[in-house]
Design a protein around this ligand. Structure first.
Ligand code: CP
Length: 307
């Protein structure tokens, strides 16, 4: 039963509950007009303490397409956070006006704190370099639709694996499906955090390798998940400039990949995928952004318990 629940971490839902969300997303994709009044009379609050294009717009579009309404802020200086209000007080106040809230915050754990003070469902829309569970729903729905299975995949994750919250959430989620293997491609300074390596991969005996060169492994991948280097999480600009172009996926590298490998990226892209790759039928990142809206429609409907 998902009604009234929060979504803070990708492991908050069981595999059966994830399937419920994906099945509803599939129904919405097949016949969106049937859901145009599903959330009439309901209000979604979007509380964004950090910039966003896809997550905020797709949540707002999702609620509007379900017939509901939205309110919120896209940067904290336009809210009472600028006067020092705590996340706990903000969410208790917003719960007086809205039925469900989505929160993005630069501090790890802030949406979790909000959920502890909220009777309405709170959805984590990204907390610092920690987790981004609705990007993971987006990624899983994309993989399930395009590759026809969430199991038996060799997934290459490339770029900033240290600060990239989408990568942390995706590894957690895909580790629960059978026979997935991970190829972690990053510079030494941007390797996956130790808690993911130990608590998720090693503890569950999941096959993985860590490499620095994409060219060594691209031919073995079913999925290549590119990420940008997360400038906003670096302590100094020099390190960012040195590392930012560590990987650039271009047409030449795509020639080394399997014919049915797909390229995903949570976006925004900076420089890590050349524009020429957009024309390759294996490039799925804009389709992925669209699936993000449909899966968020399904998520909102499930958490609100509307028919
Ligand atoms: N993928 C993602 O979280 O994008 P935004 O930062 O634009 O929301």
């Amino acid at each position: 039963m998902l009604k009234g629940r929060h979504l803070i971490d990708p492991m908050d839902f069981t595999l059966e509950e994830l399937n419920e969300v994906f099945n509803l997303a599939d129904q919405i994709i097949a016949c969106p007009e049937e859901f145009a009044h599903t959330c009439e009379g309901k209000i979604l609050a979007t509380l964004f303490y950090e910039p966003s294009t896809r997550t905020r717009f797709s949540f707002e579009a999702a609620m509007l397409r379900l017939g509901g309404k939205v309110l919120g802020f896209s940067e904290p200086n336009s809210s009472s956070a600028a006067k020092g209000e705590s996340v706990a007080d903000t969410i208790r106040t917003v719960a007086c006006y809205a039925d469900i809230a989505v929160m993005r915050h630069p501090k790890e754990g802030a949406p979790k704190v909000a959920s502890m003070y909220s009777d309405m469902p709170v959805i984590n829309a990204g907390d610092g370099g920690h987790q981004h569970p609705t990007q993971t729903l987006t990624d899983l729905l994309t993989i399930k639709t395009v590759k026809k299975s969430l199991s038996n995949q060799t997934i290459g994750l490339c770029g900033d694996l240290k600060f990239g919250r989408t990568v942390h959430s995706l590894i957690k989620a895909l580790s629960r499906y059978e026979n997935n293997k991970f190829v972690l491609i990053s510079p030494n300074e941007l390797k996956i955090p130790d808690y993911i390596r130990r608590e998720i991969l090693q503890k569950n005996n999941i096959e993985f390798v860590e490499v620095e060169r994409m060219e060594e492994v691209i031919d073995k991948l079913d999925i290549l998940y590119m990420t940008r280097v997360q400038r906003e999480r670096f302590f100094n600009e020099e390190d960012y400039i040195r590392l930012k172009d560590s990987y650039i996926l271009d047409g030449e590298k795509m020639k080394l990949a399997k014919d049915d490998m797909i390229v995903l990226h949570p976006l925004p892209r900076v420089n890590e995928i050349s524009y020429e790759v957009d024309l390759d039928p294996r490039a799925c990142y804009f389709r992925q952004a669209k699936y993000g809206m449909f899966v968020r429609m399904a998520l909102i409907a499930k958490l609100l318990g509307v028919k």
